[in-house]
Write a protein that binds this ligand. Structure first.
Ligand SMILES: Cc1cc2nc3c(=O)[nH]c(=O)nc-3n(C[C@H](O)[C@H](O)[C@H](O)COP(=O)(O)O)c2cc1C
Length: 216
């Protein structure tokens, strides 16, 4: 298996796969990497559906603006976020875990104080739906990238697919309204690995030069 640094450098979006199946232990390894991702308040909203069935993949291609590689990949991960992860019940459970595991210091607030916790919980309960969806998607993106990098580390190719009709996926797979489809990730052995796609230069991503303050 590659190191994280190697996987980051070697990962490419792969859109052409050999027909060889992906071993189940590799699928489980990718899901485990996703499961271990960090999330705000340890909310862990990510959910996955593993698709290998030919008819199901054909449908996914259709609802992903007919992108052929969605159908020809041996396995497609439907990556979703469950808004129930932000229900009062789920959040209370998460806070209780922080208490039970004795890891209150990982939270930025006095969660040992029941009054503080009560106020915090009602603040969370009042967050509007659009903000909650944004939080759910952001957290799920982290888990998906864990999955994608693990695919690379295992010698597999993958590609994020964001162009997908959420409602169609939800209907076809009979998923409830609280499940938001975030992306598809087709995975398989690449037919070829292309060179690195262009990236903006380092100085373009820096809002000020590294070490600018230390030098001043
Ligand atoms: C959120 C997201 C959505 C994407 N959606 C698609 C997509 O629908 N179809 C596709 O072919 N590539 C998609 N991509 C892949 C990007 O085009 C690709 O990452 C980018 O061009 C850089 O290439 P690289 O991944 O090979 O470095 C998506 C990537 C991300 C992160």
């Amino acid at each position: 298996m590659l190191t994280v640094g190697e996987a980051i450098r070697q990962r490419r979006s792969i859109r052409s796969f050999r027909p060889d199946p992906v071993p189940e232990e590799y699928i489980l390894e990718m899901l485990e990497a996703a499961r271990l991702a960090p999330s705000g308040g340890n909310s862990q909203p990510w959910r996955f559906l593993v698709v290998t069935d030919t008819e199901e993949k054909k449908k996914l291609r259709q609802v992903a603006v007919d992108q052929e590689f969605v159908e020809t990949a041996p396995v497609v991960f439907i990556c979703a976020a469950d808004m129930k992860a932000y229900s009062r019940r789920a959040m209370t459970r998460r806070f209780q875990e922080f208490v039970d595991f004795g890891i209150l210091e990982t939270l930025s607030g006095d969660f040992a104080d029941p009054e503080y916790r009560k106020q915090y919980e009602s603040r969370v309960a009042n967050i509007d739906q659009a903000t909650l969806v944004q939080m759910a998607v952001a957290n799920t993106y982290i888990a998906i990238e864990h999955l994608v990098l693990t695919a690379t580390a295992l010698g597999l190719g993958s590609c994020w697919v964001g162009a997908v009709d959420q409602g169609e996926v939800r209907n076809f797979f009979n998923l409830p309204e609280n499940v938001i489809i975030v992306a598809l990730v087709p995975v398989g052995y690449p037919t070829k690995v292309p060179p690195l796609r262009p990236r903006v230069a380092m100085d373009e991503i820096l809002l000020r030069p590294v070490g600018a303050v230390a030098r001043a």
